[in-house]
Design a protein. Structure first.
Length: 281
């Protein structure tokens, strides 16, 4: 590749953004990574090789894209913001193994991007879209072989947590993939700096149940987590369309203490609840 602008230099990023008419948009959760150490940790965790194609979600101005393109055979970078597309086209000029696509990653499929099987995935994800984007990737009939992403630290810890600290997003993602926290990234690593610490996470596909069973698990879990401050029987009663006594009976038949809260259940317990209580709609 020809000489490139240093996209880890805030002055370079500011000038490139100015020329492209780019202002970081809060509604899109835009935070541009300017930390070379963090970039290297992401690429090392993903470990792309010359034979790999990487789907990058939200390349921004292309800082991670360039690092991925130096190691991978091909990078398909999908960006929603047209100003970022303009900036990235300038920064990536001459990078023959990069395809830049102007689209919403939530609305495209691997087949539509001409991604081979298997492929890898990476990205600096908007905090408010982390669950939706990860679900979209790993719910697909052809999920990535491995994915490495920057997300909010609190979300990373929750997704990787043992039972006792789960959320609805944990149930949704862990039913599809394993989650590992690789490293934390401080606010100073971004321009503009967010108010919270970020984390690098690595996911590998690990489907725990068929789609129909997963849908029933998520239906029950969604109702339970809407009442997460209450014991399970309250949320389960809502999901079953029944009274607390019927919910308590389902819980006991499932071997789950009715006094527990939804964040304490593991996947096997959710599956048992779905099996016994699934006909109660």
């Amino acid at each position: 590749m020809p000489d490139r602008p240093d996209l880890c230099d805030p002055r370079t990023v500011t000038e490139l953004a100015r020329r492209a008419g780019l202002v970081a948009k809060r509604r899109l959760g835009q935070r541009f990574l300017v930390d070379r150490t963090a970039l290297e940790r992401i690429v090392e965790a993903l470990a792309p090789g010359p034979g790999d194609t990487v789907w990058e979600i939200g390349p921004g101005m292309g800082v991670l894209t360039l690092e991925l393109a130096a190691r991978a055979g091909r990078v398909v970078a999908v960006e929603l913001d047209p100003a970022c597309v303009r900036a990235a086209r300038s920064a990536l000029r001459g990078a023959a193994n990069v395809t830049l696509v102007h689209a919403d990653a939530r609305a495209v499929e691997p087949g539509g991007l001409d991604l081979p099987e298997p492929f890898l995935a990476a990205g600096n994800l908007p905090y408010n879209l982390t669950g939706a984007l990860l679900s979209h990737l790993f719910e697909a009939a052809r999920p990535p072989r491995r994915g490495v992403f920057l997300v909010q630290r609190e979300v990373a810890r929750r997704l990787a947590a043992p039972p006792g600290g789960w959320s609805l997003a944990t149930v949704a993602i862990r039913s599809l993939a394993s989650v590992e926290v690789v490293a934390d990234v401080p606010p100073s690593s971004f321009l503009p700096p967010p108010a919270v610490v970020s984390s690098i996470i690595r996911l590998r596909p690990a489907r725990q149940m068929p789609d129909l069973e997963r849908n029933e698990v998520l239906r029950l879990a969604r109702s339970a987590f809407q009442l997460r401050r209450k014991t399970l029987r309250h949320g389960l009663a809502r999901a079953l369309g029944a009274g607390p006594e019927a919910a308590t009976d389902v819980l006991r038949r499932s071997g789950v203490d009715p006094g527990r809260r939804p964040e304490t259940l593991d996947l096997d317990e959710w599956r048992e609840l779905a099996r016994i209580g699934g006909g109660g709609r």
